[in-house]
Design a protein around this ligand. Structure first.
Ligand code: 17E
Ligand code: FE2
Length: 435
């Protein structure tokens, strides 16, 4: 067999449960062979290798002995329209979600297509260079010109050769928070947003919040879109919109096309209620997206001590068999002035905040920024290091997931659609002291 690119000797993450030392062959943008180095018959069969693949020649061969070969990172929740605006027009002094919304309300009055596109593409390149090849971004659609949405839809096309971008129509100021907002949300779907968003905890009343969720489901069915709702992103233990989202998903049998983002109030619910809710969630089977970097800083701001962590019940949701992925949420914007887009930082924060420090739990946090994200985004059928899949994969300067996370390892090479998209040299400190 002749192929375009052959990666030899990597530790290949073929499934969340299985790593093999193997050669990976890529041709015409696809993974065409995975040849385990110590081929035993069981591996040969389920990796679909055959005898002809034992003699692979390649246009380009790379020795990646001992490196981790991983499927790409999936960023399941980010706001690209506000990325790289931190400090403009002013810094968030209280650190709260609500001050962030107000700063953004001022900033979004003078958006231009060029402004949003330039920042979004710069951010996506930064993400891609760190191994992110699938991104779900929210686009604020509560501003009458829909500039943020139009810009991100143009960016979606502009980057499609190297990045899969999904755009959620997100009514940041509430669907019923202003007279035009409901119509703007629907117009965003007509213009081609991939998914419908919402923010029930920021609607003017509890009733408006519930009504907004029903409207989101109606629109999703009418326009055949999936749903991703900012849900209960507040420390209020009485914020209970997640149960409404779950019930709508269950009744409409849409669980697999529904994601609840943030759900930080779930961390403040009493255990009796949380346990009941968990059972309902197991029936609706919606996806969860936690954003630990942002919510560990935004939440708990009204607490003195003890101060809550303000992150949803990631470990318990995972233990209950639900799909949880992790998002970065912000890169240098009114809500979070830090961040580079590196998903290892996100998983590292989840390990700490959610106390997922057991070895299986650490691997799980890695899975939450890879396979689980692919499930949330509905792209699992085109994801993973498997024969016949698009050749999207990473070479990490690490032995395994634990090593990658512990050292925040360098993502040495990013391969997208079979082509090398980015390379980074591992930093290599040299000891010059005595002994
Ligand atoms: N908007 C919102 O409602 N919540 C967030 N975490 C961000 C924007 C970043
Ligand atoms: Fe968000």
């Amino acid at each position: 067999m002749n192929c375009d690119l052959l990666l030899q000797g990597g530790h290949v993450l073929v499934t969340p449960d299985r790593t093999v030392v193997a050669d990976v062959a890529i041709s015409q943008g696809q993974i065409v062979a995975i040849v385990p180095q110590s081929l035993n018959s069981a591996e040969a069969i389920d990796l679909e290798t055959d005898s002809t693949q034992n003699s692979i020649t390649a246009q380009q061969t790379l020795d990646v002995t001992g490196k981790l070969l991983s499927p790409p990172f999936v960023e399941s929740h980010i706001h690209l329209d506000s990325a790289l605006t931190a400090g403009n027009p002013r810094w968030n002094q209280t650190g709260t979600l609500f001050e962030g919304i107000e700063i953004w309300r001022d900033r979004k009055q003078n958006l231009s297509l060029e402004d949003v596109k330039q920042r979004a593409i710069a951010t996506l390149k930064q993400q891609a260079m760190q191994g992110v090849l699938f991104v779900r971004s929210h686009a604020d659609v509560s501003e009458p010109s829909l500039t943020a949405l139009q810009a991100l839809l143009e960016v979606r096309e502009a980057v499609q050769d190297w990045m899969t971008l999904q755009v959620v129509a997100f009514p940041q100021d509430g669907i019923y928070g202003g007279p035009q907002n409901e119509a703007l949300l629907e117009e965003a779907l007509r213009q081609g947003a991939d998914g419908v968003g919402g923010i029930p905890h920021y609607e003017l009343t509890r009733e408006d919040g519930v009504r907004s969720i029903h409207r989101i489901f109606e629109l999703a069915e009418q326009y055949d879109r999936w749903i991703d709702i900012h849900c209960d992103e507040i420390d209020d233990d009485q914020s209970r919109f997640l149960e409404v989202v779950s019930a709508c998903a269950l009744r409409r049998e849409m669980g697999d096309r529904v994601a609840a983002s943030h759900t930080t109030a779930f961390g403040s619910y009493n255990n009796a209620y949380a346990l009941k809710l968990l059972g309902f969630l197991q029936r609706s089977r919606i996806h969860f997206i936690a954003n630990p970097l942002i919510n560990i800083t935004l939440q708990g701001r009204t607490d003195s001590y003890p101060k809550r962590r303000g992150v949803t019940r990631v470990k318990e949701l995972w233990q209950a068999g639900l799909n949880v992925s992790l998002g970065h949420d912000c890169i240098q914007d009114p809500w979070y002035s830090l961040g580079t887009g590196n998903m290892l930082d996100v998983a590292m924060m989840a390990i700490h905040v959610c106390q997922m420090t057991g070895t299986a739990e650490i691997d799980t946090c890695y899975n939450m920024v890879t396979w689980n994200g692919a499930k949330t985004l509905g792209v699992a059928d085109q994801y993973g290091i498997e024969i016949g899949q698009p050749a999207n994969l990473l070479v990490l300067d690490a032995r395994d997931r634990y090593d990658a996370l512990r050292r925040r390892a360098t993502i040495q090479m990013v391969i997208s659609r079979g082509k090398i998209l980015a390379e980074t040299s591992p930093c290599n400190p040299v000891w010059l002291g005595r002994e």
